[in-house]
Design a protein around this ligand. Sequence first.
Ligand code: PLP
Length: 439
Amino acid sequence: MTRILHRQIHATLRTAVGGKGVELFDRDGRRYIDASGGAAVSCLGHGHPDVIAALHAQADALAYAHTSFFTSDVAEALAERLVADAPAGLDYVYFVSGGSEAVEAALKMARQYFVEVGQPQRARIIARRQSYHGNTLGALAAGGNAWRRAQFKPLLAETHHIDPCYAYRYREAGETEADYGLRAAQALEDKILELGPETVMAFVAEPVVGATAGAVPAVAGYFRRIREICDRYGVLLLLDEVMCGMGRTGTLHACEQDGVVPDLMTVAKGLGGGYQPIGATFLSGRIYEAFAKGSGLFQHGHTYICHPMACAAALAVQEVIARDRLLDNVQAMGAHLARRLGERFGNHPHVGDIRGRGLFMGVELVEDRGSKAAFDPARKLNARIKHAAMDRGLAVYPAGGTIDGIRGDHILLAPPFIIDAATVDTVVERLGEAVDAAI
Ligand code: PLP
């Protein structure tokens, strides 16, 4: 008997009671390798003593003070650190409680920016079909996951969706990656021209698509062309790094690898590593100045912005990642994971694609490798793999989205940055057994 409205009302959930390092423990004494860090959240693993100590110290000093009266040293220190390490030009940051809130704030910043600079007709959002930007109404409107949006459509703001950069599905035979990247980016220019450039506010995209497609990076050159197009038409570029950011792909921010700096950037999951709920929106100096020289306020806010406990957790997590040089491990273990996945699934009759960056890898399952046809959604393959994996002591995230009306099955791997090679091997071994058992 539960009094919680769980997401899956009829599912029997196991009860988590503890966690240490890369493992989670349930009430029945079973242990699970947390191979997706929940949903790419637990980047430091569980029970890290330094983060726990920082939380104790912050709780002793100050748990909460409302931001209309006070700032706090811990929030200022976190902002200082994040901005110092962010791509040049992202000079300010705004702290919220999670990814959806970070995207909501970013959309409002984009809108308010154009009001402040005297272009109030700019209100349209362009985003991509295979995308997820959160579940609150503004973020859901931006996202392109048809299934998540369907019943809430009457409540959603107007958004225009173009195809994502998804080489496995959309690159044509004989087309080079570079040509494909330019063609995929051209869809943005076409859409801007169709809508009227003077009405478009922002283009929103995940540098590496997470929840709806299972770690799909764009091909080289795509985002550079996207940046050029945004600049040409005065459209703000909002990169959503809620899932792929904060070191997950081997650099602190995924967009560093694409060679672009957005105007707005959202992060969340790996920021606090699950030790506290926290998200953040980075904004360019240009947007900040427009607010500062204009109305002098950002017309948005929640009770828990800049929460000191959340900021203390994030500061500690980020300090440990830097001190222990964990991004080196993300790169090394990411390469090892990619190799092992290739060995185990490269010739698998139902694995169409293995892709990703760093410790952010996706495996796309297909009924038929030749036609790339997805499995019948009624088979609920994703869910069956999740359960088969849990029975084998492995927690993996079943990513899934609809593309051209087809619901794809993807497995998302995003283990903690502290994982070692032997544990990566165990993850792949257990995943292989789970996939074969479920299919
Ligand atoms: N943006 C992206 C890219 C995400 O992957 C997610 C969550 O999966 C969100 C936004 C929403 O974040 P949250 O669930 O913390 O609200």
